[in-house]
Design a protein around this ligand. Structure first.
Ligand SMILES: Nc1ncnc2c1ncn2[C@@H]1O[C@H](COP(=O)(O)OP(=O)(O)O)[C@@H](O)[C@H]1O
Ligand SMILES: [Mg+2]
Length: 285
């Protein structure tokens, strides 16, 4: 029998037996998940056995180089891809398909319905997903547009607003639906550097206000350190967990996003060192 899995103080489930019982109490549990794509006759391992859990209200970063399987893992949590092995549990219940309890935000700016206004996009989601009345949906939309500073712009159509504004609308829409977990796949990756920083700061502020459980994927070390409460570092493909850091700077960045808190430079350096290591070859066959 496989040895039992254990959950470390960092919340990570480890051990080959990591399974249902061990992650059942977490908000989100990823237990022994492996994801393989069939390409013709070949199998391509995108995510090697990975186990971790996410606590309620946590902001967790999955950090790894391009192609290491971050999006694949996030899509599996979203229910869009079935793991080849292992299980994903949300509030102890296996994820089998997509659902509004897991809203996913992508890097692309084209996530909004172009024929609906900013407000219309959010109202539509609330009516379709939550079954809200028109008046109720408008109230909830207004509250969330206020939170991202777009209430005065609510009658604009997506083609008239900037990329940063579009991502703010996508975030407001996702939060308005009130998912159990917000899944963010490099949402600021296509923004210019200045706007990216503004949105990073705003996300920290939103999270401080809502304490929504967030799994945020990025390949950028500075973004991970500024946003993560906990940072999981993945190896180059196939992705597997290389290290987990409880970010000692997380509170400082919430209070002062522009600051350079003690320990941040060291953490960035340590993570950079890990990401620059070549993948081990020949170990375990
Ligand atoms: N639908 C798919 N079919 C086949 N291979 C895929 C598919 N999606 C992703 N991959 C492959 O899986 C690996 C991980 O991709 P991805 O999750 O997009 O990485 P990341 O988001 O970390 O950049 C890559 O080698 C990629 O080519
Ligand atoms: Mg990706």
């Amino acid at each position: 029998m496989a040895p039992p899995a254990s959950i470390g103080s960092d919340g990570v489930v480890t051990g080959p037996g990591a399974g249902k019982a061990e992650v059942a109490h977490a908000k989100l549990g990823v237990a022994g998940v492996e994801i393989q794509f069939e390409i013709g006759k070949h199998a391509h391992l995108a995510v090697a056995e990975t186990s971790f859990s996410v606590a309620d209200g946590e902001k967790l970063i999955l950090l790894g180089p391009s192609g290491c399987g971050k999006s694949t893992l996030l899509k599996a949590i979203g229910g869009f891809i079935r793991p080849s092995r292992g299980e994903i549990l949300l509030d102890g219940i296996p994820v089998r398909e997509p659902g509004p309890d897991r809203m996913l935000i992508f890097q692309e700016f084209g996530q909004l319905f172009p024929w609906k206004t900013i407000e219309g996009n959010i109202v539509h989601a609330l009516r379709a997903v939550r079954g809200c009345s028109a008046g109720e949906a408008r109230d909830i939309a207004a509250r969330h547009l206020e939170m991202v500073g777009l209430l005065p712009d609510r009658h604009f159509y997506p083609h008239t607003i900037s990329g940063g504004m579009k991502q703010r609308v996508a975030i407001a829409r996702a939060l308005a639906v009130d998912p159990a977990v917000l899944l963010m796949d490099e949402p600021f990756g296509a923004l210019d550097a200045q706007t990216r920083e503004v949105l990073q700061r705003e996300l920290n502020q939103l999270w401080a206000k809502t304490r929504k459980t967030i799994v945020f994927v990025t390949h950028a070390i500075d973004e991970a350190v500024r946003l993560g409460e906990r940072i999981i570092v993945l190896t180059a493909g196939p992705g597997r967990i290389k290290a987990v850091f409880a970010n000692p700077c997380a509170e400082s960045y919430l209070a002062d996003f522009e600051g350079d808190p003690a320990g941040a430079a060291e953490l960035r350096k340590e993570i950079r060192g890990l990401l620059e290591q070549r993948p081990a070859r020949g170990i375990g066959g």
